[in-house]
Write a protein that binds this ligand. Structure first.
Ligand SMILES: *[C@@H]1O[C@H](CO)[C@@H](O)[C@H](O)[C@H]1NC(C)=O
Ligand SMILES: [Zn+2]
Length: 519
């Protein structure tokens, strides 16, 4: 894609204006009071309709040893572990639900941080979302072990302490708890449990920048969309299984002659060989046929490559790039552009990046989607360092505040790095973050009623650069406000292109269905 469009996230929900405060310590916290005052992200939770699950103040439970077994945890067991964690570590964790699955299971998120109940002004919020394909089960257990590891090492490991003191880590162990309940341990491939209870693939269910997504939106997807609209996440990992690779945006690609010709090649090959292959088909036939799609690169490609490499090189084997099966291709250094691997419509990582400027990478953490439980210790050891180092990358690049002449925060200022035309916005505290590699950049800042500004910034490797931007009101002599002259195409939402009619679109959608079994 050569033409660059500046996209800015529109906050769907007005940010709350009042700031939450922590309740005064009490012997036995009053649930209602705790719930009404707790905050996650930039505003109190109750104004986001999130209720914090109170820690069970049960002495018997608190005195039990706090452990996590290398075993799969179904919904009830997972819920019990999360509640036990908040009970044991009330000052380092908070549990909230962002909504419910089709079958009514809570979509739990655990915040792990030195400030679990309240956003730390100036410090980034990051997230992991696992098990959105319900049968990709390793990711779910990795998240429970990560939670356990973070809280139990806070006082002994200076790096983890630094990370938790300076970052709010939101961990969703399962975005598809219904799917997990019907998935089968030992099933390395296939689609049982992959979909939500209505049969929808959640990683094909998000609004798409490149193509119209006609899939009916699902409760799990809606919950995540609302969540990311309320909290300005800086960095995110979406965990999957069925491959061993870190895959970065874009996942989708504009309709182009090239991709259509690729499509025809595949269709032709299909007829010649009567065997349609993909990286991990669930179908009965497999062969070594492979095809190459074109990469679909973002203006932040250097950053995304770096983030993906951070995961793969800290992983015990991912960066070797060895293919999971002989029929698959390997990935150089264990990373790939999403669309180059295979294009998909409605994926979560493109949505995070294009709509909210949150850099999300898809982490495929196991060749076998649901390996036997006795293999879990190996998976945890392989991924432990990657999971921690990846999150720390939120502390790279620039961060700062947009303020007016009186030092008041300017909310929803539109920012972008010159020539990287995917924008981001300031929070209600005027905060912003952008992950960038070392170098010189120009930061462009626009806000309604202010004179636009361009600020030169230098990014170094060792620490993030603090950039405070003061905006001056664009006032005329008669007291009326000018509109900024160089207003960019603000709130340019991804345009929905009409579906191509006829033959091609039916092949395209058929093709999309066929590749749905990928990790
Ligand atoms: C930047 O602004 C923040 C928020 O107003 C303030 O706390 C901080 O001290 C400022 N830093 C610099 C270097 O101006
Ligand atoms: Zn997956």
């Amino acid at each position: 894609m050569k033409s660059i469009v500046w996209i800015l996230a529109v906050q769907l929900l007005a940010r709350a204006s009042s700031q939450g405060e922590l309740p005064a310590p009490e012997d036995k916290p009053n649930e209602a009071k705790l719930m009404s005052r707790i905050s996650v992200g930039n505003a109190p939770l109750e104004q986001r309709n999130y209720q914090v699950a109170p820690a069970p103040y049960n002495l018997a439970e608190q005195s039990e040893p706090y452990n996590i077994a290398f075993d799969y945890h179904n919904y009830d067991q997972m819920t019990r572990f999360l509640r036990a964690t908040t009970s044991k570590y009330p000052s380092l964790t908070a549990l909230y639900s962002i909504g419910k699955s089709v079958q009514g299971r809570d979509l739990w998120v655990m915040v792990v941080s030195a400030s679990p109940y309240e956003h730390m002004i100036g410090k980034p919020d990051v997230k992991y979302v696992a098990n959105m394909h319900g049968n990709e089960a390793v990711s779910r257990e990795l998240m429970l072990h990560l939670i356990h590891h973070l809280v139990t090492n806070y006082h002994s490991d200076p790096y983890i302490r630094w990370l938790m003191d300076n970052t709010r880590i939101h961990i969703m162990p399962s975005m598809n708890p219904d799917g997990f309940e019907v998935a089968k341990e030992g099933a390395c491939d296939g689609g049982q449990g992959r979909y939500n209870a209505r049969g929808f693939d959640l990683n094909r269910n998000f609004p798409d920048y490149f193509k119209q997504n006609n899939k009916r939106t699902q409760p799990e997807t809606d919950a995540v969309k609302e969540w990311v609209s309320k909290i300005q996440f800086v960095l995110s990992g979406s965990l999957h299984g069925g491959a061993l690779v870190a895959s970065y945006p874009f996942d989708n690609t504009p309709n182009s002659r090239k991709s259509i010709s690729t499509l025809f090649k595949i269709v032709l090959l299909y007829y010649y060989t009567s065997c349609l292959c993909c990286k991990d088909c669930a179908g009965p036939q497999r062969c070594a046929l492979s095809y190459a799609s074109s990469p679909s690169l973002t203006p932040d490609d250097d950053v995304f490559k770096h983030l993906a490499l951070t995961y793969s090189t800290n992983h015990a084997k991912m960066s070797r790039g060895v293919a999971c099966r002989s029929s698959q291709k390997g990935f150089r250094r264990g990373i790939t552009n999403g669309a180059e691997w295979y294009p998909l419509t409605g994926g979560m990582q493109d949505f995070n990046y294009v709509w909210y400027g949150c850099m999300e990478v898809t982490l495929e953490v196991s060749c076998c989607k649901y390996p036997p439980a006795h293999e879990l210790p190996k998976y945890w050891e392989d991924n432990r360092m990657s999971l921690i180092k990846f999150l720390a990358e939120a502390h790279r690049g620039i961060h700062g505040f947009v303020m007016d002449e009186h030092g008041n925060p300017v909310e929803k200022a539109s920012l972008k790095m010159k020539s990287r035309d995917v924008g981001f916005q300031s929070t209600k505290y005027g905060e912003f973050w952008r992950i960038l590699m070392p170098g010189m950049y120009k930061l462009e800042v626009y806000a309604d009623g202010y004179v636009p500004r361009e600020v030169d910034v230098m990014v170094v490797d060792q620490h993030p650069t603090l950039v405070n931007v003061t905006l001056h009101a664009a006032k005329r002599k008669d007291g009326n406000f000018y509109r900024p002259q160089q207003q960019p195409p603000l709130y340019h939402r991804p345009s929905i292109k009409p579906q191509q009619p006829g033959f091609m679109s039916s092949i395209t959608s058929g093709f999309n269905n066929l590749v749905n079994f990928f990790g």
